[in-house]
Write a new protein. Structure first.
Length: 627
């Protein structure tokens, strides 16, 4: 099989650890942002120097232009010929200009290489750190969060941070140097015009003070609306089969369009605010530029000041440069606001305290599968209702325990406690005599397998999906798992066998085929503890028979917990635990519980072919109302 001829690829280095240990509160956002680049700060300094060198023609060319134009001054003329040496000055100035322009090619390429190495490294580090933290956040956190919001933080917010850095390294230094060079050169050649330059600074400050706070708030509103929209679109995509089946496409589109309209309106408000900010600055600076030119020519014509043509061009050129620099700075401000807002957004994940705490706890080298529930209670946050109440249950290694009860009785919650997704709010669960709160649950999960009602498959080959989570499986191990899961004939019928690609969520497979793949995956892990959550529900009779046969092989010799609505599938369980309103009401074998004629007996009658529909409704209402 070609799958087993693949060589393992060495993974990339782990992300920078400090990304996960920063504080992202409002007064530390800038500090956290700078810490992103702390390890490569000197590389950024080198990139900054290269940026200034490659951009130097912007500041030198106006001086050279002025020097060349000044050669045309009448005082340099002698009839129709130039004074001696002027041609040499022309060649010298042209040569300097050409060198300054041509050096841009190698220095620009070098700059991009050095800067991108650092920026892309931080981009990767942030995304990798976000993915790592998302893996560590508690399952309830994920259940209460929109997937689209998480996706936006990993993609769009990191992109905004990258854009912010590009602005600060590429754009802002050029703006500062442009302003400084213009002031220095003008002070040397026409110091009287410094006043026109200096007026631009307070003008920019006044405009920003008037609009800056509004821009910050609208950037924040726009970011939240984008996150909500992403979550809504992902939800729409997941719901397409249900939407199409119930002919509610128009209703779904209206719900999505409501979010899209919100993004449109908030984006429009942000764009208008930015445009007001930019246009006011542009008008003010262009008016000052025109005024500078008019005043310079007027002073020359009136004889009040002797300014050469080259210096007039120099002054107006630098004022244009300053105008462009200030306008560029105005564009940097929204990018900085958006970037710092994204740093806070990223921080919502990276410093989220709702993580599964496993660090510094002892790891397990093996599990026998002995569970002891000691007065275990559980209630979800922000609710007064107790989901599980004083559960006491001692499960021996290798025992098969079935969990049954009406909907909402606490079966799924109990399974999540067994996996370690949630922790008891009261009481404790002992695993082989050790409190599960005091162990590294990641090491425990190496010895468990979960087969749920909905088998989750990813876009890859059948071999990729079956071997997912298994440690160095051999072809013989995979072949044995496939046969035990009754998948062998199905895979043989495929043109590419194990290398057949499975679309996301197994779109090309039937429910029974997906379940058998999940069972093969579980068998390959050779777990000590097995959790089966409605593994045979919603399947046809033929598929259920194949899966039941596979499950018999999977269960053998393992501590097994089964949640099942079909009571016929758990007749052979060592013990059946009947849950009702979060409490254990009955425990026993199938035959013992039928003799008690309690909740289990009534549930069994509900599924009996001999029970009339009226009697079934009556039993169902009775079970639902019973406390």
């Amino acid at each position: 099989m070609s799958f087993f001829n693949r060589k393992p690829k060495g993974g990339p280095a782990r992300p920078q650890a400090e990304f996960l240990n920063l504080s992202y509160s409002n007064h530390k956002v800038l500090y956290s942002y700078l810490r992103f680049y702390a390890e490569d700060r000197w590389k950024l300094v080198g990139a900054l120097i290269l940026n200034l060198i490659k951009s130097s023609p912007i500041w030198v060319t106006p001086i050279i232009t002025a020097n060349i134009l000044n050669l045309l001054d009448p005082k340099h003329m002698a009839g129709s010929s130039y004074e001696p040496g002027l041609m040499h000055q022309l060649v010298f100035q042209a040569t300097i200009g050409a060198i300054m322009i041509l050096q841009n090619i190698p220095t620009h390429i070098w700059y991009v290489w050095e800067f991108s190495k650092v920026n892309r490294k931080v981009e990767w580090g942030l995304r990798s750190s976000l993915c790592e933290r998302l893996q560590h956040l508690s399952i309830p956190y994920h259940q209460n969060s929109q997937m689209g919001v998480m996706q936006t933080k990993v993609l769009r917010d990191v992109e905004n941070v990258e854009t912010l850095t590009r602005m600060l390294i590429d754009t802002l230094p050029n703006i500062c140097v442009t302003f400084s060079v213009a002031l220095i050169v003008t002070s040397m050649r026409a110091p009287q015009f410094l006043l026109f330059y200096l007026v631009t600074i307070p003008t920019a400050v006044v405009v920003y003070k008037c609009i800056g706070s509004r821009m910050k708030q609208r950037n924040q509103d726009f970011r939240h609306s984008i996150e909500d929209m992403s979550g809504r679109i992902i939800e729409m995509l997941r719901m397409i089969p249900v939407t199409r089946a119930h002919n509610v496409e128009r209703t779904e589109l209206e719900r999505v369009n409501a979010k899209l309209n919100e993004v449109k309106h908030r984006g429009l408000r942000l764009d208008v605010t930015n445009s007001i900010f930019g246009s006011i600055n542009w008008v003010v600076f262009m008016a000052f530029n025109l005024l500078t030119l008019v005043v310079a020519v007027w002073l020359n014509l009136s004889g009040r000041m002797n300014i050469s043509i080259g210096n007039i061009v120099l002054i107006t050129t630098y004022f244009n440069s300053i105008t462009g620099a200030v306008m560029g700075f105005m564009n940097v401000i929204p990018a900085v606001a958006k970037g710092l807002e994204s740093v806070k957004s990223i921080g919502e994940i990276l410093e989220c305290p709702d993580i599964e705490k496993n660090e510094d706890k002892p790891k397990l080298d093996g599990v026998t599968g002995h569970f002891d529930f000691q007065k275990v209670c559980f209630s979800y946050d922000k609710t007064d209702r107790v989901t599980l109440h004083e559960i006491e249950l001692d499960v021996k290694p290798g025992e098969m325990i079935a969990l049954v009860g009406p909907s909402g009785s606490g079966k799924s919650t109990l399974m999540q406690l067994l996996i370690g997704f949630i922790r008891p709010t009261e009481g404790r669960i002992l695993l082989d005599g050790r409190d599960m709160n005091e162990i590294d649950l990641r090491s425990y999960r190496r010895f468990i397998s979960v087969v749920s009602q909905e088998s989750i498959l990813f876009d890859g080959t059948i071999a990729d999906n079956i071997t997912y989570g298994a440690h160095d499986p051999t072809p013989e191990m995979v072949d044995s798992a496939i046969k035990s899961a009754n998948l062998h004939e199905f895979i043989k019928s495929l043109p590419d066998g194990l290398d057949t690609r499975v679309k996301e969520n197994g779109a090309r497979l039937s429910g029974g085929q997906k379940q058998r793949m999940a069972i093969a995956r579980a068998l390959l892990r050779d777990p000590r503890v097995l959790l089966l959550d409605e593994a045979t529900s919603a399947l046809d009779v033929e598929s259920e028979a194949l899966i039941q046969d596979a499950l018999k092989r999977l269960i053998k010799g393992r501590t097994t917990f089964i949640v099942a609505h079909r009571l016929s599938t758990i007749r052979n369980a060592d013990r059946i635990v009947v849950l009702h309103h979060g409490k254990i009401r009955e425990i026993g074998t199938h035959d013992d519980l039928l003799k008690q004629k309690g909740i289990y007996y009534r549930m069994h009658r509900l599924q009996s072919e001999h029970t009339s529909s009226e009697e079934a409704v009556s039993i169902g209402l009775e079970l639902e109302s019973e406390q």
